[in-house]
Design a protein around this ligand. Sequence first.
Ligand SMILES: *[C@@H]1O[C@H](CO)[C@@H](O)[C@H](O)[C@H]1NC(C)=O
Ligand SMILES: *[C@@H]1O[C@H](CO)[C@@H](O)[C@H](O)[C@H]1NC(C)=O
Ligand SMILES: *[C@@H]1O[C@H](CO)[C@@H](O)[C@H](O)[C@H]1NC(C)=O
Ligand SMILES: *[C@@H]1O[C@H](CO)[C@@H](O)[C@H](O)[C@H]1NC(C)=O
Ligand SMILES: *[C@@H]1O[C@H](CO)[C@@H](O)[C@H](O)[C@H]1NC(C)=O
Ligand SMILES: *[C@@H]1O[C@H](CO)[C@@H](O)[C@H](O)[C@H]1NC(C)=O
Ligand SMILES: *[C@@H]1O[C@H](CO)[C@@H](O)[C@H](O)[C@H]1NC(C)=O
Length: 858
Amino acid sequence: MLILFVLIHLIKCQTDNIIYVHLIPHSHDDYGWLYTIDEYYSNRIIQFGQEYGNVRDILNSVYSEIQKNNERKYIQVEIGFLNMWWKNQNEEVRNKYKEMVQSGKIEIINGGWTMHDEATTYFEDIIDQMTVGHQWVKENLGVVPEIGWQIDPFGHQQTNAALFSQMGFNAQWFARVDYQDFDYRKQNKRLEMVWHPKEYEEDAYIFSAINYQHYSPPRNFFFERDQQVTQSNVHQKAIEFVNYFQQMRQSFQTNHLIHTMGEDFTFSHSEVWFDSIDLLIEYINKRSDEFGMVIQYSTPSQYLKEINKQQKKWPVNNHDFYPYADTQSAYWTGYFTSRPSLKGLTKESGRYLQAIRNIFSFEHISRRTQHFESYSDKIQQSLQYFEEQMAALMHHDAVSGTEKQHVVNDYIYRICDGYSKIRDYLNPLLREYTLQDISESDVNYQQCNWNVTASQCNITFSQINAKKPVLVNIYNPSVTRVINIRIKVPDANITVINQKNEFLQADLICSHPKNQKNCDLYFKDKFEGYSFQYYKIIFQDSKYQQKIQPMDIKSSQEQVVIELSKLSTLKVDLKKPSFLYQVWEAEEQSGLEAQKLKEYSFSLQYNFYYSSQNSGQSSGAYIFRPDNDQTHTYSEIKNITIYRGQLVTIVVLQGEHTTTQLRFYFNNFDKIVEVETFIDPINISDGKGKEIVMIVNTNLKNKKTFYTDSNGLSLQKRILNFRPTWDLKVHEQVSGNYYPIGSMIQIQDEDKKEQISVVNDRSQGGTSLKEGQLELMIHRRILRDDNRGVGESLNETDNETTFTSEFTQKYTKTTILQGFITLMITKRLTLKYLQISKLWKNLLLLLTKVSKIGIKNK
Ligand SMILES: *[C@@H]1O[C@H](CO)[C@@H](O)[C@H](O)[C@H]1NC(C)=O
Ligand SMILES: *[C@@H]1O[C@H](CO)[C@@H](O)[C@H](O)[C@H]1NC(C)=O
Ligand SMILES: *[C@@H]1O[C@H](CO)[C@@H](O)[C@H](O)[C@H]1NC(C)=O
Ligand SMILES: *[C@@H]1O[C@H](CO)[C@@H](O)[C@H](O)[C@H]1NC(C)=O
Ligand SMILES: *[C@@H]1O[C@H](CO)[C@@H](O)[C@H](O)[C@H]1NC(C)=O
Ligand SMILES: *[C@@H]1O[C@H](CO)[C@@H](O)[C@H](O)[C@H]1NC(C)=O
Ligand SMILES: *[C@@H]1O[C@H](CO)[C@@H](O)[C@H](O)[C@H]1NC(C)=O
């Protein structure tokens, strides 16, 4: 008995020493980057002087080669591409493919429509893009993906980890983490961990693994380029292969190792991969005792099962992976801002999608319209189409702004095409609602959601100029709330009535410095949740709203004082310029409630960094690297104009290259300011790239600490020149402290118990480098490439808005150089889940021509 026991023990020890290598054949197929989606699918692809396979060839090749040997496996990641291929296959091929997926020979990994970016996306849009992909997989292949595979995105968010966990993923893999972090983890066997973002539910954790060698094969085993394995060299190659994995074993906790076999757009000649790997497997496994190794085709799920059996206690991680640097002067923090108009368009489109999906869902239940009865299939299809285009924009070289210009144009075309198709089904449905709700006969809606000037929205412009009323139908796709509405109108004697035919208080303000005919009509109302409310803008000579004239400011005058409510005043210091709120606030003092005058001040500055473009690392689409750490004044304020309305006070700062509107609403949530900035095209005639930042100065003492959101959700604590998980050596004082700001950046003063938050309308890069300062990068124009593959300088020139739905031609203009932020100064409160941008801007504003003045309800 004793002898037998020892023998068993010996055998067990020996098998434990054997290294099991899981090889993962894969191809990383970008859903647009240097080529458009369609080009990548079927064109001849030349990248970096090399010929690459197109996706059609890849999928065809894998499909036929994988069947030649029972052991062969493959993972498919991008569902958008799989869908394109699927459409061209017959039943037989589809069934065979499905069978291979169900038997685990092909594993669907990630399963999103594309592999989304994590830094510049909003959580709702991430959920949507994963849903679109997973639904496709479930419907067509009958499986549900279980593994996250974010091997190329340039940094990783807490929110994404939590979402992946909540989507039911068992694990996720990625590759790009800071080079210092990577070295530390590699030395300490911490490349595999349990990631538990603490702000989320207790069970929102996920096993997360960082690839050992990017997402490449071991060096010299890139079979489409390197030497293939043949009978004559197999001995040599086997030794090299085994040595590589013995080395790798040093950095991992268990004797199971996982490794990608493949790269960008590989496997179009999949036979060279499979044949070589077949030979290696056969050769090594026959001599597994001698080599101490067993190698096999595998998938991430299979690997996970094996390491799970070992019941290890994994290191726990509670932090995100930002910012990402691949070398000491290369922080990938430029793409947080690159192509600000595309980022704005993406954010807006996502909110629009939520709103219309909302309307269609309610219609599905209530079935109020003939239009829906007749077209529900078509509506479903066009909604699906819009969702797919939106999903495409989530790609990590789409919304990130790191693709070539012609590819951006294609993305914009796609989203606008999707928008116009769904809009064409929405408008008639709303028309029927209107006919049912109010007594109006000639209703024909237009949506001017993205127009920048009044004249662009033809319906209000032509109708009001012809002294005719406009019916405004506003949909609130969220909970009941009071909202300030702003509508672009021409200069006219107009006012607003509500559904009870009551006049509403409204301000007509024509503050455009160059175009006095471009005006905004402001009114405020309470909006019921998830419903429509009707208003009319009417032309009236007697009871019109007086146009607000600019305040008379003398050139010697130093400040303007404006009463915002009974308890609050705004002081505008005209010289700096800066802003001071004085507010009487209730405060508890020794058990008694007392009113105390509190002061909050801030100022705005537009500065810029010169982009590094001389030696070493240049700034570019991905990387932000300033020439030095200093900012220079970009746009000195030349002129201040103030409009004091009854609902809103507007301060217009006219700078050299910027126009800024600050909007202070009365009796609202007092200390909120909306800031809207227009920037002229960045002048590059001096041959230098420039990166423009907006700086908010406050008197808070934040002690090198600030907070940034994660995909619109939980706030992350950031400390200057510090990373929570390793001992950081900073080589870039500015860009090494930049973080993605999807919705909010905030600083707090622990002693004063105050905080200031900046809520932005699109993803940007941001930081807080000096005491009391918040910095957001709002635009960049760069004349060099940063050498990370895109091969084109980020040289955006246009300042025109492009989001238009009428596509007779492809639009090439891509910059809406308009940024909208909201500054909130509040007493300290911790916002766990933000979703703040939802609060501000996702109304659906519908306009129609009508002839009658009043609204007759039915
Ligand atoms: C204004 O918006 C409407 C509706 O989105 C669109 O049809 C129109 O083309 C836009 N005008 C401009 C100049 O962008
Ligand atoms: C604007 O509306 C007017 C009046 O309805 C119409 O005559 C004109 O063609 C429209 N212009 C554009 C650019 O749609
Ligand atoms: C508005 O009405 C006033 C007089 O009631 C008139 O002087 C003014 O010209 C009108 N404005 C416009 C833009 O029609
Ligand atoms: C400032 O702007 C206002 C409105 O655009 C204009 O009337 C005024 O002349 C400007 N003042 C200066 C000093 O440029
Ligand atoms: C856009 O650029 C044009 C010239 O390129 C200029 O005339 C116009 O004022 C600019 N618009 C804005 C909003 O800056
Ligand atoms: C750009 O700057 C140069 C040099 O300062 C100046 O001469 C030129 O007029 C500027 N161009 C524009 C479009 O503002
Ligand atoms: C940037 O764009 C401008 C205007 O389109 C062009 O004249 C210039 O050559 C471009 N520069 C670079 C480096 O791409």
